[in-house]
Design a protein around this ligand. Structure first.
Ligand code: UDP
Length: 495
């Protein structure tokens, strides 16, 4: 890592290596660089953006020791592995930097994604100033704090699982007859459990979470999460380390989450900086891991204002063949123009769009545009886009709100359910789609958003939110002020 000459204080940023986490961290880096700080990115070898796209930043690779098997683990188990594997290499790199004083005028300040909590732990150990970047919404974190209580009271883990393990490791014979015998013995009890009348706390999915109106148990990130133990472990690790940071930066907007911010601040007596939406402060990013297909912008240029539905499920969500089929015919029959991002590998069993139903492309002709990855911020800001079918990742949520685009909320997992519920029931900027995908319902929902009076009102409300966001980032606005306070704060930290 080379020294950046004649710049201000050195900041070492530690992004979590997933698109929805890389983007806000790089946006923050770009903003702080424009404020005169020198920026270095400590990155894993797994999933990192091309350094040549960021000539202003230095890059410090961290050996993550991630094996091929680990890279396909579920998201939360992967985060646990990263935190175990990266701790020592990161500590060694930092110690090297500190010892190598001719490369540094001062010790760095670490800014790390909250999921990379090993970085906070190491910084604390080495007595380095460190700040968390929260790339999720505040409400989500306030919620996590109630999990221990819900667990104690027997509400968690919620048992409305769709996956019920029906066999165990005792059934491992190579002999098919033995296997079937084993299954029959082992499956009896779980099946009885499944069929038995459910205890009240096992069927609470639609009940409201006490004190968290309008969230229902089914909106909790832990609900139906196949690896809830790993999730609780991450939360326990994370909550035990969160006392370490010098400050917290939020990628949220004050007026969106005012009461959750207040609740969180009452509990944690450290400085907070609410800088959202980071995407509006930073120029269109080049931190995409996949190549953006900009041809969709010239396609959008040919469409009428507010007529296009943008469909994208972010960087992690996937679909099966049946869901793809229902979605395709729903979009086709809605008669609305659409721009659909189908990420390579996101449809199980196919490389890209091979499993689209026969005849679909011919039916939609010019009315549809399908790409592998879109320049999303530019798409959402385009006049032709009037709605967003989204998995409700936090970045997509904030980006859509800041461009005044109402949404159809189809969350995939974890905190996306919380965002979806807030979009549909608190901010009233989105329609919740909660059933299995079915082409008739897809069509109706798309038409509800794009051409009904209800959708028009939602679009109007979304435009009002957009105006409020613009006020926040203008001189004198709360995010603008918070950013200046952060720059001052960092400059005063121990050197
Ligand atoms: N994104 C993009 N092009 C696409 C789809 C997504 O640039 O075709 C970006 C989007 O703008 C957002 C990020 O990828 O910044 C996805 O983050 P989000 O939190 O919405 O979802 P995740 O991928 O983490 O599930």
């Amino acid at each position: 890592m080379e020294k950046q000459k004649s710049r201000g204080r050195r900041l070492l940023l530690v992004p979590c290596p997933f698109q929805g986490h890389i983007n806000p961290m790089f946006q923050l880096g770009t903003i702080l660089h424009s404020k005169g700080f020198s920026i270095a990115i400590a990155h894993t070898l797994f999933n990192f953006p091309n350094p040549s796209d960021h000539p202003d930043f230095d890059f410090l690779p961290i050996a993550d020791g991630i094996s091929k098997e680990e890279s396909t683990e579920d998201f939360i188990t992967f985060i646990l592995s990263l935190n175990v594997n990266c701790r020592i290499p990161f500590q060694e790199s930092l110690c090297g930097m500190i010892e190598n004083q001719d490369l540094l005028d001062e010790i760095p300040c670490i800014i790390y994604d909250s999921l990379m909590y090993f970085a906070g732990d190491v910084a604390h150990h080495l007595k380095l100033p460190n700040i968390i970047l929260q790339t999720c919404c505040v409400t989500n974190l306030v919620l996590y704090k109630i999990y221990p209580r819900l667990q104690e009271e027997g509400y968690l883990p919620v048992k409305d699982f769709t996956f019920l393990p029906m066999y165990n490791e005792q059934v491992s014979s190579q002999d098919v007859v033995e296997l079937i015998k084993g299954f029959n013995i082992n499956c009896k009890a779980p099946l009885q459990e499944l069929l038995a009348p459910r205890a009240s706390k096992d069927s609470i999915s639609l009940d409201l979470v006490p004190g968290f109106h309008p969230l229902r148990f089914r909106d909790l990130p832990i609900f139906n999460y196949k690896n809830s133990d790993a999730l609780l472990q991450v939360l326990a690790d994370f909550c035990s380390l969160i006392r370490y940071p010098s400050a917290i930066i939020w990628n949220t907007i004050e007026f969106l989450e005012h009461s959750s911010l207040e609740k969180y601040q009452q509990r944690h007596q450290i400085p907070f900086f609410t800088l959202g939406p980071l995407n509006k402060f930073a120029p269109a990013s080049s931190s995409s891991l996949l190549e953006e297909d900009i041809s969709c912008i010239s396609w959008l240029d040919k469409q009428r204002p507010n007529s296009v539905l943008y469909v994208s499920l972010g960087s992690l969500a996937s679909m099966d063949k049946k869901q793809l089929n229902e979605m395709a015919w729903g979009l086709a029959n809605s008669k609305q123009p659409f721009l659909w991002v189908i990420r390579p590998g996101s449809v199980s069993g196919s490389e890209w769009i091979e499993l689209l139903p026969d005849g679909f492309v011919e039916v939609v002709c010019e009315r549809g545009c399908i790409v592998k990855w879109a320049p999303q911020k530019v798409v959402l800001a385009h006049d032709a886009v009037g709605g967003f079918w989204s998995h409700c990742g936090w970045n997509s949520t904030v980006e859509s709100i800041s461009e005044g685009v109402p949404m159809i909320c189809w969350p995939y997992f974890l905190d996306q359910r919380v965002h979806a519920r807030y979009l549909s029931h608190v901010w009233r900027l989105g329609i919740a789609y909660e059933n299995e995908l079915e082409s008739g319902e897809v069509k109706e929902t798309v038409r509800r958003l794009m051409v009904s009076e209800e959708g028009q009102e939602m679009r109007q409300r979304a435009m009002e939110f957009k105006e409020k966001v613009e006020l926040c980032i203008k001189p004198g606005g709360c995010s603008y002020n918070s950013l200046n306070e952060l720059a001052k704060y960092i400059s005063t930290l121990k050197k």
